[in-house]
Design a protein around this ligand. Structure first.
Ligand code: ADP
Ligand code: MG
Length: 339
């Protein structure tokens, strides 16, 4: 019998990868915002229409790309962020998989404009379903703009699976919030259907939290600060009397990346032991900084889970420092700090 195994063509492989990376408009928002952050933008605009179903655009003033990179960035496993496997353990960027743009371009219509600071002209590329439609030289500002339209145009099952605009918009807000909270020094603006939803100037961490969750948040916050060799902690937890009935504003960031961790959540809850009503949920915004070689982020394509080398020690430090802060807030004036 003749052999039957073949390598899949790139556009098919890309579409399969997209199944993991791009679940909904919010996934595209996350990937494009993180790329803008990695490009060291100080100003990032997010523009969406119909909860991202019609348009998702991210405009940044970051590094931009030269013409070769502008073409290359749509290839699968193409990245400027790591060079070798060891680099996975010294990551200072959000991205490293080199998969997002190839995936998005496989299942949407995409338009990119990009220019380096020191070049006169930039590059304008249109790519649809992994096919390059056009490439031009263009007069552009420094930085990069990606516009994504007709998401899932070639995967009707996925398109039909999208929820109402209200639900999809909520997911977009969640992703926007996570990136904007992780980077208070970056100016973010967000427009939905032509309306200005958020305009967040560069600010302290406290101010960014207040901008998102309202002026009353300020009086609820207790600062948490800790600096050990294993882990640095900055951030805020809410005073117990402001706890909520349901889980809402609970954020962990590890090395400026939003993550989910039931284990660390448990450490926070343990710090509140005995001072919360049954079932009440505190708010927290906790920024942990750990040596990059003590964590593994490459567990899941969306990178919201991390494996820690020193999980139980982190648990103990986190719990103790929150407990300490909660014990202090009554007696000492609330300390503020700039992040
Ligand atoms: P990754 O972020 O994992 O490297 P992506 O597919 O998201 O993979 O992006 C591929 C490459 O394209 C990046 O490594 C980067 O070099 C370049 N790139 C993507 N977005 C931008 C941007 N907004 N500004 C400058 N370069 C970008
Ligand atoms: Mg990326």
């Amino acid at each position: 019998m003749s052999s039957i195994i073949q390598l899949l063509p790139d556009h098919v492989a890309n579409q399969i990868a997209a199944g993991e990376v791009v679940q909904r408009p919010a996934s595209v928002v996350k990937e494009l915002l993180e790329n803008a952050v990695d490009a060291k933008a100080t100003d990032i605009k997010l523009i969406i229409k119909d909860a991202g179903k019609s348009l998702i655009q991210v405009i940044d003033n970051g590094s931009g790309m030269n013409v070769t990179d502008a073409r290359m960035c749509f290839e699968r496993h193409a990245t400027s962020k790591i060079r070798q496997a060891e680099d996975l353990f010294s990551l200072h960027t959000k991205g490293f998989r080199g998969e997002a743009l190839a995936s998005i371009a496989a299942i949407a219509h995409m338009e990119m404009k990009t220019k380096l600071e020191l070049e006169e002209l930039g590059t304008h590329i249109i790519i649809e379903g992994s096919k390059f439609v056009s490439q031009d030289v263009a007069v552009l500002p420094k930085g990069t703009s990606f516009a994504v339209k007709n998401l899932f145009f070639n995967i009707p099952a996925r398109r039909n699976f999208l929820k109402s605009d209200t639900v999809e918009y909520r997911h977009v807000i969640d992703e926007f919030q996570r990136v904007a909270l992780a980077h208070p020094k970056i100016h973010f603006t967000f427009y939905h259907n032509g309306s200005d939803m958020y305009n967040l100037p560069p600010s302290s961490l406290r101010q960014r939290v207040v901008n998102f969750f309202g002026g009353k948040t300020n009086e609820k916050l207790v600062p948490v600060i800790e600096d050990t060799e294993m882990m640095n902690i900055q951030g805020f937890v809410s005073k117990p009397e402001f706890a909520k009935k349901s889980r809402g504003e609970q954020f962990f960031f590890v090395n400026d990346r939003f993550i989910k961790s039931p284990y660390l959540h448990h450490a926070v809850m343990a710090a509140y032991d005995g001072i919360l009503k049954d079932g009440a949920q505190p708010s927290y915004y906790l920024y942990l900084t750990v040596p990059p070689n003590t964590i593994d982020i490459n567990i899941h394509p969306t990178k919201t889970e991390i494996k820690f080398d020193n999980e139980s020690a982190m648990y103990a430090i986190l719990r103790a420092s929150i407990k300490h802060s909660l014990g202090q807030f009554n007696v000492a004036p609330v300390l503020d700090f700039e992040r």
